[in-house]
Design a protein around this ligand. Structure first.
Ligand code: ZN
Length: 396
């Protein structure tokens, strides 16, 4: 394998990335969900995440009109579960609105309330969407959301997705770390136990598995390394371990990347493996040209978007992660991506500005709690409150 970068000086020899088609494709998912994807309705927040963040990486957020942007922000906040006094463990975002019937029937509303709680993946993607759209997160009670994260941590350090019970594995360790990092609050979360769970999942071949005694996996290895970085614990890996993990990751490249040995390559692993190597500063060990060629082989030239394999149906998940994979190799016209949070660097800069603001106000959490008390019982008023002051979207 030759290790050389894409020669960007002669773009005529390269298959072009169809930026405007990808933007149009992603924009469409912000208006409707095709019937073939109706089973994804309960995780609609993730589709909004892929579409909004994909438009961001394409430098095309300006295609989202001010009204649509406000609608997306309001819709996202609409999934926020604000716990009552006796519901402390429920904080977070829901992925869909099926448990929020449009009715005045108090008895029915109270009944549905029993089924409303945050889900870690939906909370992560919802906050990421808000940050990417330039919202200032002032409608959030950060502490109540992190209480919801702490509530689903297990004694072995892993996390479930929600309080009603689910698998507990590295995916939700990652989501927990993203939420706490983005909200700049780890209260009640046992970072040491989380670290121990991650390290117990490091396998003999130096990939990470989803849970104890599992098989090493590219997506899981990204989740493990990103969680370590976001929780400020990446430095606890010794140099030999880091080099061996890099080796496992680099060996996942065929032309594109595979998730496990002896598995076919797939566009999304250009992100999972690429981002993991970015976190370990080892991405330059990969073959950029072959990576690009594979991703481009899955590009739909008619309707835009990327699929997992050539000649397959594109979807928002592989479209976004394919774009991120291209951003890692410096594809012109794409914005830089922050690997461990999986949002653009522009969004990450905005997030850091929010952190500085929160830290400057040492009583920030107390202030948030006051806000929460004010907003309980007046959710309609909260829904119309404008909290966005986007530095990211240029005027139409
Ligand atoms: Zn895939």
């Amino acid at each position: 394998m030759s290790y050389h970068v894409v020669d960007m000086t002669d773009p005529s020899e390269l298959q072009p990335v169809l930026h405007s088609k990808h933007a149009k494709n992603l924009l469409r998912f912000l208006h409707l969900l095709p019937a073939r994807m109706s089973s994804h309705d309960n995780t609609r927040s993730t589709i909004v995440f892929f579409a909004v963040c994909g438009l961001d990486v394409l430098n095309s957020l300006h295609l989202i009109s001010p009204q649509l942007r406000k609608d997306i922000i309001d819709w996202t906040y609409g999934g926020l579960v604000v716990p009552r006094e006796n519901e402390k463990r429920r904080g977070g975002f829901m992925g869909c609105r099926a448990m929020l019937p449009q009715t005045e029937d108090a008895e029915l509303l109270e009944c549905m309330r029993q089924y409303q709680w945050g889900h870690l993946a939906m909370t992560y993607t919802s906050i990421a969407v808000l940050v990417t759209l330039g919202d200032d997160l002032s409608r959030l009670n950060r502490q109540s959301i992190v209480e919801g994260v702490a509530a689903v941590q297990h004694a072995d350090g892993s996390f479930s997705a929600s309080i009603d019970g689910s698998e507990n594995d590295m995916r939700f360790v990652y989501c927990a770390a993203t939420i706490c990092h983005m909200l700049d609050c780890w209260d009640g979360v046992n970072k040491e136990a989380m670290f121990q769970f991650i390290m117990r999942s490091l396998r003999y071949d130096y990939g990470f598995s989803q849970e104890l005694e599992g098989e090493s996996h590219g997506g899981t290895t990204f989740c493990a390394l990103a969680a370590l970085e976001l929780s400020g614990q990446l430095h606890r890996l010794d140099e030999t371990t880091v080099e061996r993990i890099k080796r496992w990751l680099v060996f996942r490249q065929m032309d594109g990347f595979q998730g496990r040995p002896n598995k076919p390559v797939d566009t999304c692993y250009s992100f999972w493996i690429g981002a993991a190597l970015r976190i370990l500063n080892g991405f330059e060990l990969t073959d950029y040209a072959q990576n690009r060629e594979y991703i481009l082989s899955t590009q739909d030239e008619l309707i835009g978007g990327f699929a997992k394999w050539p000649k397959s149906t594109p979807d928002p998940f592989h479209t976004y992660l394919g774009l991120c994979g291209l951003a890692f190799i410096g594809e012109p016209g794409l914005s830089a991506v922050m690997p461990s949070l999986n949002i653009s660097m522009a969004a990450y800069v905005h997030l850091n500005q929010l952190h500085e603001r929160w830290r400057a106000n040492s009583s920030g959490l107390t202030h948030d709690l006051t806000q929460l008390k004010l907003s309980v019982g007046s959710s309609a008023e909260a829904a119309t409150k404008t909290t966005s002051s986007s530095p990211l979207i240029s005027a139409q």
